[in-house]
Design a protein around this ligand. Structure first.
Ligand SMILES: Cc1cc2nc3c(=O)[nH]c(=O)nc-3n(C[C@H](O)[C@H](O)[C@H](O)COP(=O)(O)OP(=O)(O)OC[C@H]3O[C@@H](n4cnc5c(N)ncnc54)[C@H](O)[C@@H]3O)c2cc1C
Length: 498
């Protein structure tokens, strides 16, 4: 039975779950946050090997200028000042095209980007300016940044959008320029052919709104969230796995059963884990089969092969910049089911976690190459730490091939030592994505992303798969879901005062 003192129960202690817990508790509700990993914010925290820290779920984030969208959301949550680190103004992202023998930098700020790209692509000058102006306009007018307009309309509008690839094809024939303008597809894991143009704008536009990294890495943000949750009196159950959602006689979601057979009665539940995991938690017959089927068949974003390397010297090319390496001019190949990791494109990012009390300078670098879950399907039943030798051989061969190609084309990386590596199966197990996706399910023209308000009374959804990807997308999804719970007007009023 729903009682006024029952808590809102949130499944998943990632960025979205922690954000939602803080919002609901600000409105005076008791909240219980349930996380199956031992620590909250597990995706953000990264890990360490031999004294070197590696960032996983946070390298760089946009919307962080003093009045940027994420800054305002963080301010609302009571987030303290975080130790943001700036990127190189002249090139926070670098893209090296091997076949074409050229390297292109993306400077900070829209005008600088337009000027620089117009200089090197003079015949496409008009299109470059039009493209970036549109990106900025789409980003700024997003319903999810100012809460003006109807959320359902905004989600539906996405499906009527043209794809990023179609917009690029209308603007330019230059394959290198097309690759430059769509390189961030690798950061949200959906091919330009499938990406709604507006979804691309939510990511690319956020970088004009203040792109930063956090000194100390994602674990600094996770720790700041944890402190706020503690202060707000949110009950955080760590190492606690949600296994099923209980319904009352009226067909409303009414409680949560945990792995340890504990039952938590709830006034409402917010599910923030991978949407494909929700159907298994619902009792048979509780929801329409179409709902379960739709969630279970959502496609995952791109997967990866990842090498985590340490280096005892400064590598200038990745100081204050991320490096992308494309062997050809086409980034679509990363999204093909049979993609070979050694064909790239590659993404190289230096961790800002720094040294972990190491006596010598020690830097953690992540080399990421494409991966396809299908190539690892034969080891589907295995778990991290218990994989058969055939898997280890297969993985080692692929990761060595990636490293070989990268060292050939980026000799600057020669002093790095590989300390660990991951495959699509590693992603599946660590990120909780059934298809090994790096960023949850695809925001694609080919499928409808789940909406925060489900048709089940008292059950809502949030997370990177719901509205938009990344840390910003996860935060926004929590605000929108809480708007559905509390009343959009109530939340909107508070946000507009910020
Ligand atoms: C390698 C990598 C690099 C990235 N880099 C960036 C970046 O530079 N910038 C950026 O903005 N974004 C980046 N991202 C994406 C960003 O980290 C995510 O979008 C964001 O952390 C997602 O938060 P979330 O709350 O939606 O999901 P999650 O962090 O996945 O949270 C869901 C939580 O639910 C828990 N859970 C699952 N099932 C259950 C259950 N049954 N019971 C209880 N708990 C459960 C999971 O353990 C998990 O902690 C990166 C991601 C990866 C993988």
């Amino acid at each position: 039975m729903t009682r006024p003192d029952n808590p809102y129960v949130i499944i998943g202690g990632g960025v979205s779950g922690m954000t939602a817990a803080l919002i609901l508790s600000k409105f005076g509700y008791p909240v219980t946050l349930v996380e199956k990993r031992q620590r909250l914010g597990a995706t953000l925290r990264g890990f360490s090997r031999q004294g070197t820290n590696f960032d996983t779920g946070l390298h760089y984030v946009g919307a962080l200028q003093p009045d940027g969208a994420l800054t305002r959301y963080f301010r609302y949550l009571g987030m303290p000042d975080l130790p943001f680190a700036d990127y190189n103004a002249g090139g926070f992202d670098r893209i090296r095209f091997i076949e074409a023998g050229r390297e292109i930098r993306l400077p900070l700020g829209k005008d600088a980007t337009i000027d620089y790209l117009s200089d090197i692509f003079p015949e496409d000058k008009g299109f470059v300016a039009a493209f970036y102006n549109e990106i900025e306009e789409l980003y700024n007018s997003s319903t999810f940044l100012n809460f003006n307009g109807d959320v359902r309309d905004a989600v539906n509008a996405e499906c009527r959008q043209e794809s990023l690839a179609a917009r690029l094809n209308r603007g330019t024939r230059n394959p290198i320029l097309r690759a430059v303008l769509s390189i961030y597809s690798l950061l949200y894991g959906v091919s330009p052919q499938e990406t709604p143009y507006i979804q691309h704008a939510r990511v690319a536009g956020s970088y004009f709104d203040g792109v930063k990294s956090i000194a100390g890495g994602g674990k600094v943000l996770a720790a700041a969230f944890e402190k706020l949750l503690d202060k707000a009196g949110v009950t955080c159950l760590r190492d606690s796995e949600a296994v099923s959602i209980a319904f009352d006689n009226a067909g409303r979601a009414a409680g949560l059963v945990l792995r340890e057979e504990r039952y938590i009665p709830a006034r409402g539940l917010l599910f923030t884990a991978h949407p494909g995991l929700l159907p298994a938690m619902l009792p048979a017959g509780a929801v329409k089969p179409a709902f379960s089927h739709r969630l279970a068949s959502l496609e995952d974003t791109i997967s990866s092969h990842t090498l985590f390397c340490s280096c005892q010297s400064v590598i200038p090319i990745v100081q204050g910049s991320n490096l992308y390496v494309c062997l050809g001019n086409d980034i679509e190949r990363a999204f093909l089911p049979g993609c070979s990791p050694a064909d790239g494109p590659f993404y190289i990012s230096r961790g800002i976690s720094g040294k972990l009390g190491a006596p010598v300078y020690q830097e953690g670098l992540m080399f990421s190459a494409p991966g396809s879950y299908n190539q690892y399907a034969r080891w589907h039943g295995s778990r991290t730490g218990q994989r058969p030798p055939a898997y280890e051989d297969f993985k080692a061969e692929r990761l060595e091939a990636v490293r070989g190609v990268l060292l050939r084309h980026c000799p600057e990386l020669k002093d790095t030592q590989a300390l660990d590596g991951g495959t699509p199966l590693t992603n599946r197990d660590y990120l909780g994505s059934p298809g090994g996706g790096l960023y949850g399910t695809k925001h694609s023209l080919k499928q409808f992303s789940p909406l925060p308000a489900t048709r089940v009374p008292n059950l809502w959804m949030a997370g990177q798969s719901v509205i938009a990807p990344g840390v910003l997308g996860a935060v926004i999804s929590a605000f929108v879901a809480c708007g559905c719970i509390l009343g959009m007007d109530r939340l909107q009023k508070e946000l507009q005062c910020l």
